[in-house]
Ligand binder design. Structure first.
Ligand SMILES: Nc1ncnc2c1ncn2[C@@H]1O[C@H](COP(=O)(O)OP(=O)(O)OP(=O)(O)O)[C@@H](O)[C@H]1O
Length: 248
C-alpha cells in the first residue's frame, strides 16, 4: 500500500547539516499496524512526516499504490492528505472549540452539510466513547480523553491511513492501554492502516503486526513483531527490548 523507496532527508542548519533519514526503504501493507521504534533523535518524527509529505524527502520516493506522492501537484496532494489522518503526542486540539466542534472541524473546512456533520460526529463520539463529553472544552478533559477527541477528529475525513506520532507517550500505562485498544478496534472494524512511531517496545508488542527499528536515520532491522521479540538481530533492538534506568 505504502512503499518508501530509499527516502533520505537532510536538514541544513547554520552550523552544518543533519542527515535525519538515510535511504529508508519500508513497505507497509493495507490494514497493517506498522510500528517504527527508535530512541530519541533517531529520525522517527521525520520519517512519519514524510509519509504525508509534511516533510519533503531530499531524495527517494513515497509510493501509495504505485502513485509517487512527490510528483503530485498541490491540489492532488491535498486530496491524498485527506485520506491520511494524524494524531500527536500533544493532541493538538483547538482549545476554543468543544469536543463536538473539534471533531466537526475537518468536515466544516470542506463545506459538509450541517445534518451530515451532525450524524457523523455523533457516530464518532460513540466510537471514541465521548458522547457524554461532547460539550466540554479540551481544558476540562484528561489526557486520554483529549487523545480520543484527536482520534475522532482524524477519523472525520474517513482516512485510509492513520499516522500516530508518539500518541501514547504523554499518557499513563492504564490510559495508554485504552488508547491502544481503541486504535486496534479502528484498525479491525474500519480497516484503517495504522503507522505508529514510539520509543516503547510495549506499545509495539501490544498492537503492531510489523515493526521497523530506526537508529541514526537508518532502518537497522524490520520484521513481524513476534520474530523481532524472539530473535532481535541488533544491539539497539536488544536495548529497546530491555530498557534499564540504571546509572553506572
Ligand atoms: N526541522 C529540523 N531542522 C533541523 N534538524 C532537524 C529538524 N527536524 C529534525 N531535525 C534533526 O533530525 C534528527 C532526527 O529528529 P527526529 O525528530 O526525526 O527524531 P525522533 O526520533 O523523532 O526524536 P524524538 O523521539 O526525540 O522526538 C535529529 O538530529 C534532529 O535534531
Amino acid at each position: 500500500m505504502i512503499h518508501l523507496d530509499k527516502v533520505s532527508k537532510v536538514f541544513h542548519k547554520k552550523n552544518g547539516r543533519v542527515v535525519a533519514l538515510k535511504e529508508v526503504t519500508l513497505h507497509i501493507e493495507k490494514e497493517d499496524i506498522f510500528g517504527i521504534i527508535g530512541s530519541s533523535g533517531a529520525g522517527k518524527s521525520t520519517l512519519i512526516r514524510t509519509v504525508n509529505l509534511l516533510e519533503r524527502p531530499t531524495s527517494g520516493h513515497i509510493f501509495w499504490d504505485k502513485v509517487d506522492l512527490a510528483t503530485l501537484g498541490d491540489k492532488a496532494l491535498i486530496q491524498v492528505r485527506r485520506k491520511i489522518g494524524m494524531i500527536f503526542q500533544q493532541f493538538n486540539l483547538l482549545s476554543s472549540r468543544t469536543v463536538y466542534e473539534n471533531i466537526a472541524f475537518p468536515l466544516e473546512l470542506v463545506g459538509t452539510r450541517t445534518e451530515v456533520i451532525r450524524d457523523k460526529v455523533e457516530r464518532l463520539l460513540v466510537l471514541v466513547d465521548l458522547l457524554d463529553k461532547k460539550d466540554e472544552y479540551p481544558a476540562n478533559l484528561s489526557g486520554g480523553q483529549k487523545q480520543r477527541v484527536a482520534i475522532g477528529r482524524a477519523l472525520a475525513s474517513d482516512p485510509e491511513i492513520l499516522l500516530c506520532d508518539e500518541a501514547t507517550s504523554a499518557l499513563d500505562p492504564h490510559t495508554t492501554r485504552s488508547i491502544l485498544a481503541l486504535l486496534k478496534k479502528i484498525n479491525r472494524e474500519l480497516g484503517i492502516t495504522i503507522i505508529l512511531i514510539t520509543h516503547e517496545m510495549e506499545v509495539v508488542r501490544a498492537i503492531c503486526n510489523r515493526v521497523a527499528v530506526i537508529a541514526q536515520g537508518e532502518i537497522i532491522e524490520q520484521n513481524d513483531v513476534e520474530s523481532l521479540f524472539l530473535n532481535p538481530q541488533t544491539q539497539v533492538t536488544k536495548d529497546l527490548l530491555n530498557p534499564s534506568l540504571r546509572i553506572d
